[in-house]
Design a protein around this ligand. Structure first.
Ligand code: ZN
Length: 288
């Protein structure tokens, strides 16, 4: 049996290839890389078409065009959030690299590209996109020693050409800080993801479908976004969130999903405080 390709490993190889040519210039242009690489590696079946198209109910798609013997990669345009399109293109490129022998048509809805639930190949394509566009070595360098705020993660999202949501989820994968992202919709917890050191506090405490805590910003992101300091965080005392720890909570409406997203930085026992408030508290308008 042929070993299935590892999404992370394949994506890291391709990101290195891109960086060998373009150096440290970000973002990685997923579309350009997909076309160039596919022409070299599979000239008999390259990605011959790449364009934005209004796709009803779909974020992106990858289709084999039998007559022309090329693949077409389509993505829903988001002129206001260009990073969202780059991530979608990278996701479809992931299907091309990992799954093109399995199917001749991939149609990816917003939920399918959530990378949270759903089919294995959807999670794999999302993982591929995340590793391709946000190399962890570079990302670590960007945030080292800096206080984590939505502005900082937003800067990283811009650097990598991804949505703020994607940048938050990626940061959780490698940070040493205890942090949890909670996605909510209509007052209910829809999904959560914890950093490695926060898992033990969140497991058993956060459940899909539970009501969001009534004093959290997550329960009313509309109010959260009107607060001046919502992007750098509101200190919430122990007991607001079920982890039973004080947390610093930041909330935004997700730019990728129809949900709110709260980022909680947990004040765990014995944790250092690398994130004392900045002197620079400039209030730039939200860009997500
Ligand atoms: Zn997909």
């Amino acid at each position: 049996m042929i070993e299935p390709l590892s999404p992370a490993r394949e994506a890291i190889k391709l990101a290195q290839l891109w960086r060998a040519v373009h150096g440290l210039t970000f973002p990685i242009n997923a579309g350009a890389l997909a076309q160039e690489w596919s022409r070299n590696v599979a000239p008999e079946a390259p990605i011959g078409e790449l364009h934005a198209e209004e796709l009803k109910g779909f974020e992106g798609g990858l289709f084999w065009l039998k007559e022309r013997k090329v693949w077409a990669l389509l993505y829903h345009p988001h002129p206001d959030v260009p990073g969202r399109s780059n991530f979608t293109v990278a996701h479809e490129f992931g299907h091309y690299v990992l799954h093109r022998k399995l199917k001749e048509a991939f149609q990816c809805s917003q939920n399918a590209t959530l990378g949270i639930t759903g089919a294995r190949i959807e999670r794999e394509a999302d993982q591929f996109a995340s590793y391709l566009l946000m190399p962890i070595d570079d990302y670590t360098h960007q945030v080292r020693g800096r206080r984590i705020t939505l502005d900082l993660l937003g800067e990283c999202a811009d650097r990598y050409g991804v949505s703020l949501t994607a940048a938050i989820l990626k940061w959780l994968e490698f940070t040493d800080q205890a942090a949890v992202a909670v996605m909510g919709r209509e007052g209910m917890l829809h999904w959560w993801k914890a950093s490695g050191s926060a898992k033990k506090y969140a497991f058993g405490m956060l459940q899909e479908g539970m009501e969001l805590p009534s004093d959290s910003l997550a329960v009313n992101p509309g109010i959260a976004v009107s607060m001046a300091d919502y992007r750098s965080g509101v200190e919430q005392p122990e007991g607001v969130w079920p982890m039973k720890l004080p947390v610093r909570e930041m909330a935004v409406l997700s730019d990728r999903y129809d949900m709110s997203i709260s980022l909680l930085i947990l004040d765990t026992p014995g944790a250092e405080h690398p994130d004392a408030p900045d002197e620079d508290m400039t209030t730039t308008p939200p860009t997500f």
